[in-house]
Design a protein around this ligand. Structure first.
Ligand SMILES: Nc1ncnc2c1ncn2[C@@H]1O[C@H](COP(=O)(O)OP(=O)(O)OP(=O)(O)O)[C@@H](O)[C@H]1O
Length: 217
């Protein structure tokens, strides 16, 4: 079943030196249970596309659908979770509070204990013991792993990740990839923009974004 779909997506950015036409008719589909990687040269528009696919930005033309629902505003975390390149952790919450946030915001889980899920993901990603620190008190790679835990904790229908291993070393990257792979294996449609071979090797298939369009690798 297709969980994420883009049809004929165009996006330009105005600039004093002339419009930058980044996406020129992107079509793609990701099914539930699939892990798809998105590669492409630096500056080809991978982040711009991820931002559109999660509803943080709107296409000039074309449509994005998450689980059959056309996106005009960002959907709830449990439907579509995103790990953006800038991470977006809340600075006033501890790492554990950041990771638990999507569960606490889900009305269906209100009142349910969240500690075991948070602790389990933190241990798996090698950031256990950092739960009571604020984002500014840990490294960027540790923040990135916390943002990954926050993205997967609800078991979202669609999971988008932009360079999720960019700040991770050879020891911590495989655990992050395993968490992303398990998200797909347990039913999420996962799309990851990445330059990292380790992530591509875990994928079911790879798409390439170049010259504004997506093609099969
Ligand atoms: N607000 C903007 N105004 C003008 N151009 C922009 C704007 N935002 C992005 N761009 C341009 O859009 C293109 C796509 O940028 P984007 O960050 O999506 O690339 P990317 O493929 O994710 O790159 P990287 O792999 O380096 O992260 C770039 O050429 C960038 O210069």
């Amino acid at each position: 079943m297709t969980a994420l779909r883009a049809d004929g997506v165009h996006r330009s950015f105005d600039h004093p030196s002339g419009a930058v036409h980044v996406l020129r008719g992107v079509d793609l589909e990701v099914a539930a249970g699939e892990l798809v990687t998105l590669s492409g040269p630096s500056g080809s528009g991978k982040s711009a596309l991820v931002t559109l696919l999660c509803g943080f930005d709107q296409p000039d033309r074309g449509t994005v659908e998450v689980c059959g629902r056309s996106l005009t505003t960002p959907p709830p975390w449990q439907l579509c979770a995103v790990l953006p390149q800038a991470l977006g952790l809340a600075g006033e919450l501890t790492l554990a509070e950041n990771i638990a946030l999507p569960l606490r915001l889900d009305p269906a889980r209100r009142g349910h204990p969240v500690g075991d899920a948070v602790d389990g993901l933190m241990a798996e990603l090698g950031i256990d013991g950092l739960g009571d620190r604020y984002p500014a008190e840990v490294s960027f790679g540790q923040q990135q792993r916390a943002a990954l835990a926050r993205a997967v904790i609800t078991g979202p229908k669609v999971l988008l990740a932009d360079e999720p291993t960019a700040h991770l070393d050879r020891r911590s990257a495989p655990a992050a990839v395993a968490v992303l792979r398990r998200a797909a294996d347990t039913g999420s449609a996962v799309l990851i923009a990445t330059h990292h071979d380790l992530v591509h090797r875990a994928a079911d298939r790879t798409l390439v974004l170049d010259n504004g369009i997506v093609s099969v690798h």
